[in-house]
Design a binder for this molecule. Structure first.
Ligand code: SAM
Ligand code: SF4
Length: 337
Protein backbone atom coordinates (compact mmCIF):
# COMPACT_ATOMS: atom_id res chain seq x y z
CA UNK A 1 0.00 0.00 0.00
CA UNK A 2 1.33 3.46 -0.90
CA UNK A 3 1.82 5.76 2.05
CA UNK A 4 1.18 9.47 1.87
CA UNK A 5 4.43 11.46 1.81
CA UNK A 6 5.07 13.02 5.21
CA UNK A 7 4.96 16.79 5.32
CA UNK A 8 8.64 17.62 5.79
CA UNK A 9 7.98 21.35 6.16
CA UNK A 10 9.41 23.96 3.83
CA UNK A 11 12.77 23.32 2.24
CA UNK A 12 15.36 25.63 0.78
CA UNK A 13 17.26 23.78 -1.90
CA UNK A 14 20.04 25.22 -4.04
CA UNK A 15 20.80 24.63 -7.70
CA UNK A 16 23.06 21.69 -6.81
CA UNK A 17 20.34 19.96 -4.79
CA UNK A 18 21.83 20.85 -1.39
CA UNK A 19 19.27 21.57 1.31
CA UNK A 20 20.12 24.73 3.23
CA UNK A 21 19.17 24.65 6.91
CA UNK A 22 21.84 26.76 8.53
CA UNK A 23 22.08 30.55 8.67
CA UNK A 24 25.12 32.26 10.19
CA UNK A 25 24.41 35.76 11.30
CA UNK A 26 27.22 38.23 11.88
CA UNK A 27 26.15 40.91 14.35
CA UNK A 28 29.22 43.14 14.08
CA UNK A 29 32.50 43.36 12.21
CA UNK A 30 34.20 44.86 15.27
CA UNK A 31 36.49 42.84 17.47
CA UNK A 32 38.63 43.37 20.54
CA UNK A 33 41.23 40.88 19.23
CA UNK A 34 43.41 41.20 16.16
CA UNK A 35 44.13 37.57 15.26
CA UNK A 36 46.85 37.39 12.64
CA UNK A 37 44.81 35.01 10.44
CA UNK A 38 41.80 37.32 10.42
CA UNK A 39 42.40 41.03 11.04
CA UNK A 40 45.19 43.53 10.53
CA UNK A 41 47.07 44.75 13.63
CA UNK A 42 45.66 48.27 13.34
CA UNK A 43 43.93 50.80 11.10
CA UNK A 44 40.88 48.62 10.57
CA UNK A 45 38.00 50.29 8.78
CA UNK A 46 34.77 49.18 10.35
CA UNK A 47 31.23 49.40 9.02
CA UNK A 48 29.33 52.55 9.76
CA UNK A 49 27.03 51.68 12.68
CA UNK A 50 23.94 52.95 10.82
CA UNK A 51 24.46 50.10 8.40
CA UNK A 52 24.32 47.40 11.08
CA UNK A 53 21.02 45.57 11.08
CA UNK A 54 19.00 46.19 14.22
CA UNK A 55 17.87 43.24 16.33
CA UNK A 56 14.37 43.68 14.88
CA UNK A 57 15.74 43.56 11.32
CA UNK A 58 17.84 40.47 12.05
CA UNK A 59 14.83 38.78 13.63
CA UNK A 60 12.62 39.63 10.68
CA UNK A 61 15.06 38.04 8.23
CA UNK A 62 15.55 35.00 10.46
CA UNK A 63 11.79 34.58 10.75
CA UNK A 64 11.38 34.68 6.98
CA UNK A 65 14.30 32.27 6.57
CA UNK A 66 12.76 29.89 9.11
CA UNK A 67 9.60 29.74 7.01
CA UNK A 68 11.81 28.72 4.08
CA UNK A 69 13.46 25.80 5.90
CA UNK A 70 16.27 27.34 7.96
CA UNK A 71 16.19 25.78 11.42
CA UNK A 72 19.65 26.48 12.84
CA UNK A 73 21.18 29.86 13.54
CA UNK A 74 24.69 30.78 14.65
CA UNK A 75 25.69 34.24 15.83
CA UNK A 76 29.17 35.36 14.94
CA UNK A 77 31.18 38.45 14.06
CA UNK A 78 33.68 40.14 14.44
CA UNK A 79 33.25 39.41 18.08
CA UNK A 80 29.51 38.91 18.68
CA UNK A 81 29.82 39.82 22.37
CA UNK A 82 30.96 43.32 21.34
CA UNK A 83 27.34 43.87 20.32
CA UNK A 84 25.48 45.44 23.21
CA UNK A 85 22.63 43.43 24.75
CA UNK A 86 23.29 40.33 22.68
CA UNK A 87 21.17 38.12 24.97
CA UNK A 88 18.17 40.18 23.88
CA UNK A 89 18.78 39.12 20.28
CA UNK A 90 19.38 35.50 21.33
CA UNK A 91 16.03 35.53 23.05
CA UNK A 92 14.25 37.02 20.02
CA UNK A 93 15.79 34.43 17.71
CA UNK A 94 15.18 31.50 20.04
CA UNK A 95 11.49 32.30 20.06
CA UNK A 96 11.07 32.07 16.29
CA UNK A 97 8.84 29.16 15.28
CA UNK A 98 10.89 26.55 13.45
CA UNK A 99 14.27 27.58 14.87
CA UNK A 100 15.57 24.57 16.80
CA UNK A 101 19.02 25.77 17.62
CA UNK A 102 20.72 29.11 18.28
CA UNK A 103 24.50 28.88 18.70
CA UNK A 104 27.37 31.36 18.85
CA UNK A 105 31.05 31.51 17.96
CA UNK A 106 33.10 33.75 20.25
CA UNK A 107 36.63 34.55 21.36
CA UNK A 108 35.30 34.19 24.95
CA UNK A 109 36.86 37.42 26.24
CA UNK A 110 33.49 38.70 27.50
CA UNK A 111 32.04 35.30 28.25
CA UNK A 112 32.63 35.27 31.98
CA UNK A 113 30.09 38.04 32.52
CA UNK A 114 27.65 37.04 29.79
CA UNK A 115 27.50 33.22 29.76
CA UNK A 116 24.65 32.95 32.21
CA UNK A 117 22.47 35.57 30.48
CA UNK A 118 23.11 33.95 27.10
CA UNK A 119 22.08 30.54 28.41
CA UNK A 120 18.94 31.97 30.00
CA UNK A 121 18.12 33.71 26.70
CA UNK A 122 18.12 30.38 24.89
CA UNK A 123 21.63 29.98 23.49
CA UNK A 124 22.21 26.25 23.16
CA UNK A 125 25.71 25.72 21.84
CA UNK A 126 28.96 27.59 21.95
CA UNK A 127 32.13 27.48 19.87
CA UNK A 128 35.06 29.18 21.53
CA UNK A 129 38.07 30.13 19.45
CA UNK A 130 41.32 29.23 21.18
CA UNK A 131 44.43 28.54 19.15
CA UNK A 132 47.08 28.26 21.85
CA UNK A 133 47.36 27.43 25.54
CA UNK A 134 50.84 28.83 25.80
CA UNK A 135 50.35 32.47 26.90
CA UNK A 136 53.06 33.81 24.61
CA UNK A 137 51.79 31.97 21.60
CA UNK A 138 48.28 33.10 22.43
CA UNK A 139 49.51 36.69 22.51
CA UNK A 140 51.42 36.25 19.26
CA UNK A 141 48.46 34.91 17.32
CA UNK A 142 45.64 36.92 18.89
CA UNK A 143 47.75 40.05 19.37
CA UNK A 144 46.24 40.36 22.86
CA UNK A 145 47.69 39.22 26.15
CA UNK A 146 44.60 37.76 27.78
CA UNK A 147 44.66 33.97 27.81
CA UNK A 148 43.53 33.93 31.46
CA UNK A 149 40.44 35.97 30.68
CA UNK A 150 39.50 33.59 27.86
CA UNK A 151 40.01 30.55 30.08
CA UNK A 152 37.88 32.18 32.78
CA UNK A 153 35.13 32.72 30.21
CA UNK A 154 35.35 29.13 29.13
CA UNK A 155 35.18 27.92 32.74
CA UNK A 156 32.08 30.02 33.37
CA UNK A 157 30.44 28.71 30.20
CA UNK A 158 31.11 25.16 31.41
CA UNK A 159 29.65 25.93 34.79
CA UNK A 160 26.52 27.41 33.24
CA UNK A 161 26.03 24.22 31.26
CA UNK A 162 25.47 24.73 27.53
CA UNK A 163 24.35 21.76 25.46
CA UNK A 164 27.78 21.68 23.87
CA UNK A 165 30.99 23.70 23.97
CA UNK A 166 33.51 23.20 21.22
CA UNK A 167 36.92 24.80 20.88
CA UNK A 168 37.97 26.06 17.43
CA UNK A 169 41.70 26.26 16.74
CA UNK A 170 43.02 27.55 13.42
CA UNK A 171 45.70 25.16 12.21
CA UNK A 172 48.82 26.96 11.00
CA UNK A 173 52.16 25.40 10.11
CA UNK A 174 55.04 26.34 12.41
CA UNK A 175 52.56 27.54 14.99
CA UNK A 176 49.96 24.95 15.90
CA UNK A 177 52.22 21.90 16.17
CA UNK A 178 53.23 22.73 19.77
CA UNK A 179 49.65 23.55 20.83
CA UNK A 180 47.71 20.58 19.49
CA UNK A 181 48.43 18.11 22.28
CA UNK A 182 47.82 20.59 25.09
CA UNK A 183 44.47 21.57 23.53
CA UNK A 184 43.63 17.88 23.15
CA UNK A 185 44.45 17.18 26.80
CA UNK A 186 42.30 20.09 27.92
CA UNK A 187 39.43 18.88 25.75
CA UNK A 188 39.67 15.37 27.14
CA UNK A 189 39.77 16.47 30.75
CA UNK A 190 37.18 19.27 30.55
CA UNK A 191 34.73 17.72 28.08
CA UNK A 192 35.25 20.02 25.07
CA UNK A 193 35.44 18.79 21.50
CA UNK A 194 38.53 20.40 19.97
CA UNK A 195 38.13 21.29 16.31
CA UNK A 196 41.08 22.19 14.16
CA UNK A 197 40.29 24.42 11.18
CA UNK A 198 42.77 24.61 8.35
CA UNK A 199 43.93 28.20 7.89
CA UNK A 200 41.97 29.69 4.98
CA UNK A 201 42.82 32.60 2.67
CA UNK A 202 40.48 35.01 4.44
CA UNK A 203 42.97 37.08 6.43
CA UNK A 204 43.10 40.86 6.04
CA UNK A 205 46.89 40.93 5.89
CA UNK A 206 46.92 38.53 2.96
CA UNK A 207 49.66 36.44 4.53
CA UNK A 208 47.92 33.18 3.60
CA UNK A 209 49.92 30.75 1.54
CA UNK A 210 49.29 27.06 1.12
CA UNK A 211 52.60 26.37 2.91
CA UNK A 212 51.23 28.06 6.02
CA UNK A 213 48.36 25.61 6.39
CA UNK A 214 48.80 22.70 8.77
CA UNK A 215 46.72 20.05 7.03
CA UNK A 216 44.09 17.93 8.70
CA UNK A 217 45.84 14.64 7.96
CA UNK A 218 49.01 15.95 9.60
CA UNK A 219 47.05 16.85 12.72
CA UNK A 220 45.46 13.42 12.87
CA UNK A 221 48.90 11.78 12.47
CA UNK A 222 50.32 13.92 15.24
CA UNK A 223 47.52 12.99 17.66
CA UNK A 224 47.77 9.33 16.67
CA UNK A 225 51.35 9.42 17.94
CA UNK A 226 49.81 9.31 21.39
CA UNK A 227 46.16 8.27 21.10
CA UNK A 228 44.20 5.84 19.00
CA UNK A 229 41.54 7.73 17.03
CA UNK A 230 38.44 6.12 15.55
CA UNK A 231 36.62 7.96 12.72
CA UNK A 232 32.99 8.73 13.56
CA UNK A 233 30.44 8.00 10.86
CA UNK A 234 28.46 11.23 10.84
CA UNK A 235 26.70 10.59 7.56
CA UNK A 236 23.37 11.33 9.23
CA UNK A 237 24.41 14.74 10.50
CA UNK A 238 26.76 16.08 7.89
CA UNK A 239 28.71 19.08 9.09
CA UNK A 240 31.99 20.61 8.01
CA UNK A 241 34.10 18.57 10.43
CA UNK A 242 35.42 15.04 10.08
CA UNK A 243 35.08 13.73 13.59
CA UNK A 244 37.08 11.15 15.47
CA UNK A 245 36.59 9.68 18.93
CA UNK A 246 39.37 8.61 21.19
CA UNK A 247 39.46 4.81 21.32
CA UNK A 248 39.68 4.96 25.13
CA UNK A 249 36.23 6.58 25.14
CA UNK A 250 37.40 9.93 26.50
CA UNK A 251 36.13 12.60 24.15
CA UNK A 252 36.34 13.42 20.46
CA UNK A 253 37.92 15.83 18.03
CA UNK A 254 36.92 17.44 14.74
CA UNK A 255 39.05 18.39 11.76
CA UNK A 256 37.80 20.95 9.27
CA UNK A 257 39.76 20.41 6.10
CA UNK A 258 38.41 23.45 4.30
CA UNK A 259 41.58 23.67 2.19
CA UNK A 260 42.85 20.12 1.72
CA UNK A 261 39.49 18.38 1.40
CA UNK A 262 36.63 20.87 1.09
CA UNK A 263 33.17 19.83 2.24
CA UNK A 264 31.36 21.98 -0.35
CA UNK A 265 29.30 19.04 -1.67
CA UNK A 266 27.60 18.81 1.72
CA UNK A 267 27.44 22.52 2.50
CA UNK A 268 24.10 23.36 4.09
CA UNK A 269 24.75 26.94 5.15
CA UNK A 270 24.40 30.53 4.12
CA UNK A 271 25.60 33.67 5.88
CA UNK A 272 24.43 37.17 6.53
CA UNK A 273 26.90 39.95 7.25
CA UNK A 274 26.27 42.53 9.97
CA UNK A 275 25.25 45.02 7.27
CA UNK A 276 22.64 42.67 5.89
CA UNK A 277 24.37 41.13 2.88
CA UNK A 278 23.52 37.53 2.18
CA UNK A 279 26.53 35.40 1.20
CA UNK A 280 26.05 31.88 -0.04
CA UNK A 281 29.71 30.87 0.44
CA UNK A 282 32.56 32.03 2.70
CA UNK A 283 34.38 32.79 -0.53
CA UNK A 284 31.50 34.46 -2.38
CA UNK A 285 32.51 37.34 -4.60
CA UNK A 286 28.95 38.58 -4.83
CA UNK A 287 26.32 39.32 -2.20
CA UNK A 288 22.56 39.90 -2.03
CA UNK A 289 21.70 43.14 -0.30
CA UNK A 290 18.85 42.25 2.07
CA UNK A 291 19.31 45.46 4.07
CA UNK A 292 18.33 47.60 1.09
CA UNK A 293 15.22 45.50 0.53
CA UNK A 294 14.32 45.79 4.22
CA UNK A 295 14.95 49.49 4.48
CA UNK A 296 13.18 50.41 1.27
CA UNK A 297 9.96 48.92 2.59
CA UNK A 298 10.28 45.51 0.93
CA UNK A 299 7.65 42.94 1.81
CA UNK A 300 8.33 39.51 3.32
CA UNK A 301 7.64 38.13 -0.14
CA UNK A 302 10.37 40.37 -1.63
CA UNK A 303 12.86 39.12 0.95
CA UNK A 304 11.80 35.50 0.41
CA UNK A 305 12.35 35.85 -3.33
CA UNK A 306 15.77 37.46 -2.85
CA UNK A 307 16.90 34.66 -0.50
CA UNK A 308 15.53 31.98 -2.81
CA UNK A 309 17.29 33.44 -5.85
CA UNK A 310 20.61 33.81 -3.97
CA UNK A 311 20.38 30.20 -2.82
CA UNK A 312 19.46 28.99 -6.29
CA UNK A 313 22.82 30.17 -7.60
CA UNK A 314 24.87 29.22 -4.53
CA UNK A 315 28.43 28.45 -5.59
CA UNK A 316 29.03 24.74 -6.26
CA UNK A 317 32.23 25.03 -4.23
CA UNK A 318 35.11 27.29 -3.36
CA UNK A 319 38.10 27.49 -5.64
CA UNK A 320 41.02 27.78 -3.19
CA UNK A 321 42.71 24.90 -4.95
CA UNK A 322 42.10 26.16 -8.50
CA UNK A 323 44.03 28.62 -10.64
CA UNK A 324 41.07 30.96 -11.01
CA UNK A 325 40.57 31.35 -7.24
CA UNK A 326 39.59 34.91 -6.41
CA UNK A 327 39.88 36.07 -2.81
CA UNK A 328 36.75 37.76 -1.46
CA UNK A 329 37.16 41.45 -0.69
CA UNK A 330 35.87 41.00 2.84
CA UNK A 331 38.13 39.40 5.45
CA UNK A 332 36.79 36.86 7.92
CA UNK A 333 35.84 39.37 10.64
CA UNK A 334 33.59 41.22 8.18
CA UNK A 335 32.04 38.06 6.74
CA UNK A 336 31.28 36.18 9.93
CA UNK A 337 33.09 32.87 10.11
N1 SAM B 1 35.34 36.52 16.98
C1 SAM B 1 34.72 35.26 17.07
C2 SAM B 1 35.73 34.16 17.22
O1 SAM B 1 36.89 34.37 16.90
O2 SAM B 1 35.31 33.07 17.62
C3 SAM B 1 33.75 34.96 15.93
C4 SAM B 1 34.16 35.38 14.56
S1 SAM B 1 35.58 34.55 13.91
C5 SAM B 1 35.71 35.33 12.34
C6 SAM B 1 34.87 32.96 13.57
C7 SAM B 1 35.84 31.82 13.39
O3 SAM B 1 36.59 32.03 12.21
C8 SAM B 1 36.85 31.66 14.51
O4 SAM B 1 36.78 30.34 15.02
C9 SAM B 1 38.17 31.91 13.84
O5 SAM B 1 39.19 31.15 14.41
C10 SAM B 1 37.87 31.52 12.41
N2 SAM B 1 38.77 32.13 11.45
C11 SAM B 1 39.06 33.45 11.27
N3 SAM B 1 39.91 33.64 10.27
C12 SAM B 1 40.20 32.40 9.77
C13 SAM B 1 41.01 31.93 8.70
N4 SAM B 1 41.72 32.78 7.94
N5 SAM B 1 41.05 30.62 8.47
C14 SAM B 1 40.35 29.74 9.24
N6 SAM B 1 39.54 30.13 10.24
C15 SAM B 1 39.46 31.44 10.51
FE1 SF4 C 1 38.33 38.74 16.21
FE2 SF4 C 1 37.44 36.30 15.87
FE3 SF4 C 1 38.77 37.54 13.91
FE4 SF4 C 1 40.08 36.79 16.06
S1 SF4 C 1 39.04 35.44 14.59
S2 SF4 C 1 40.21 38.80 15.07
S3 SF4 C 1 38.58 37.04 17.64
S4 SF4 C 1 36.81 38.12 14.68
Amino acid sequence: MDTEPQNQGPTLVDGMGRTIVNLRISVTDRCNFRCTYCMPADNVEFMDRVNLLSFEEVTRIATIASKMGINRLRLTGGEPLMRKDLPVLVNMLSNIDGIDDVAMTTNAFFLKESASALKDAGLKRLNVSLDALDPEKFRDVNRRDCLDQVLAGLAEASRVGFKSIKINAVAMRNFSETEIMSLIEMGRSDGFEIRFIEFMPLDSDRIWERDKVLFGHEIVDLIRGKYELVPIDNSLDIGPASEYRFADGKGKIGIITAVSNPFCDHCNRIRMTADGKLRTCLFSTHETNLKDILRSGGSDEDITLAIREAVRIKEPGHKINLDDFERPVRAMHAIGG
